[in-house]
Structure formats: C-alpha cells, structure tokens
Ligand binder design. Sequence first.
Ligand SMILES: NC(=O)c1ccc[n+]([C@@H]2O[C@H](COP(=O)([O-])OP(=O)(O)OC[C@H]3O[C@@H](n4cnc5c(N)ncnc54)[C@H](O)[C@@H]3O)[C@@H](O)[C@H]2O)c1
Length: 236
Amino acid sequence: MAEILGAVVTGAAGDLGGAVAASLAKDGHTVYAADLVAAPEGKNIVPVVLDVTDQASCFALARRAAAETRLALWVNGAGIFVKTSVADADEASWHKIIAVNLTGTFHGCSAALAAMKATGGRIVNIGSLSGQLGGRGVHPAYSASKAGVHALTKNYALEGAKWGVLCNAVAPGPIEGNMVRNFGEATLEKLRAGNPTRALATMAEIVRAVRHLGDPRNTHTNGAVLQINGGILMTG
Ligand SMILES: NC(=O)c1ccc[n+]([C@@H]2O[C@H](COP(=O)([O-])OP(=O)(O)OC[C@H]3O[C@@H](n4cnc5c(N)ncnc54)[C@H](O)[C@@H]3O)[C@@H](O)[C@H]2O)c1
C-alpha cells in the first residue's frame, strides 16, 4: 500500500494557512489543519483545534500525525497582527504576539523535528517583511516576533539537516487578504503604489513558495528566508 503523506499546517483557519492546507490536500496529503478555531472540513483535511502557545498540544499533534501518516511537512502559519502606533504599543499585546508568533513557531519547529527525526521532512515558517524592516502602524512585537522566526529558522535548519529535516521561512510583504484589510483601502492603495511591482503579493504566490520549500525535492535550500515583497527593499 502506498504510504500516506502527512502535513501539519497551523493557522489553517486563516487565509494563508487555509490556502496552504487546501493545496496540500488537493495533492493527496492528509492535512492536519490546526488552529484556535476549527478549520473547515474537506477531503484529506483533518481539523484540529489547538493553541500553538501550548507546547504539549503541538507535540501531541506531531506524534499523532507521525503515527497516522508519513509526516513530511510542518508549516507554522499561526500568527497575530496588531495594528497600533509605536507610541501606543501596549505590553499585554507585546506578550500575546510574542507568545503566538514566536513561541508558537518554536513549539511547532521543536515538535516537528522530534517527530520527523526518524523519516526526515520539511519545516516551513512564516516570517514577514516586517521582521526585516519594522514598519509603520504595526506593534513592535510583530516585527520582533518575525525577526525571531527568521533567526530560529536557521537553528532548526542546522540541527535538522543531521536528520534529513530542512527548515526554511518565507518573508512576505503585505498579502492581499484579511490581515491587510485592517489597514483600510486608502493605505492599501498607497502600499500597492509604493511597491516596485505596483501590487501586493497574492496568497497563491506565497502558497507556491511554501510548497517549493516544503517539497522533498527541495534538498539544498536550508535556513533560507525567502523574501517575497516585490523588491521593496531595493532603493534607487
Ligand atoms: N497577510 C499578510 O499580509 C501577511 C504578511 C506577512 C506575513 N504574514 C503571516 O502569515 C501568517 C498567516 O497570516 P494570514 O494572513 O493567513 O492571517 P489570518 O489572520 O487570516 O490567519 C492567522 C490564523 O492564525 C490563527 N491563530 C491565532 N492565534 C493562534 C494560536 N494561539 N494557536 C493557533 N492558531 C492561532 C488564527 O485563528 C487565524 O486563523 C501569519 O503568521 C502572518 O503573520 C501575513
């Protein structure tokens, strides 16, 4: 019997996680679609209600996925974004954002590595342009958490390679979807106009990058933080 390939996607009730989960499920992976709220059911989708700030839950999910499938991929997509001026950035949000975006990604990476050591696999973390650039109107914890995600990707890349587990991140700029609707249409228009490509990324484009980095045929990209931002960091 052909082996069943498994994938865990956190934040799978959200825009990006949902799109990644759907893409993997369409290609026949059994996808554990983990989120605080139940992800929609579908063919090859197993919704799992889970809080990524709870390390034990992440490890339990990794053990389950590795017992039921050949766990090939873990995508850390759960994240929260808080829009605020830097002057108004509050401490409660600081702790919450770090707990979900950074500690949650640590939990996912550590659970995935433990479960994939026997068979190898791929981990893909979702960073952000904000982790490279900071940015206006965003809680500093968001930028700090994403810079942390970029950094810990390299720790897991180095350690994981011993076990055939490669770990990479994507660092998207603003993506057309729910999260950036927070900014309002006028700001979005400015963001589009200010990008060298005169557009923002689409979810589909980020999904393709996640799928590439998470594919077993990717055997040599490891510890990379793939910038997907239309070239916004270049000046001149
Ligand atoms: N949308 C963008 O413009 C953009 C740009 C760069 C990076 N990102 C990153 O991409 C990822 C996905 O973003 P999105 O646009 O799909 O946002 P989204 O808000 O649609 O999805 C995020 C999901 O994470 C879940 N989540 C929040 N806290 C959780 C927790 N403690 N445990 C489990 N799940 C939790 C939410 O319920 C939600 O379903 C995030 O890490 C985000 O920071 C997004």
